[in-house]
Design a protein. Sequence first.
Length: 94
Amino acid sequence: MDAPFGQSSMPEGHIHHPSLLYLRSMNKRIFITGASSGIGAATARLLHGAGHHVFLVARTTDKLEALKHELGGHRVSIATCDVTDYKNVEAVFS
């Protein structure tokens, strides 16, 4: 039986959210742009807390490093990149 909304049968430190149910069986890295603040950082925290490996991209290296440290560094990859610059994006994936 499923736990009531907001309560979780997942291990401590994991976040339970109905929109994450479809991700449970995935074993992929999740690429998040704008990850240094706002919605991007919140998404990174949520998905990492659900046990996923997050690949974080933003223009600000120090904020990315701080978020990686906050998440514990495990299952977190970072890259500094301006996604409006094609050559920057190409370099991240090469």
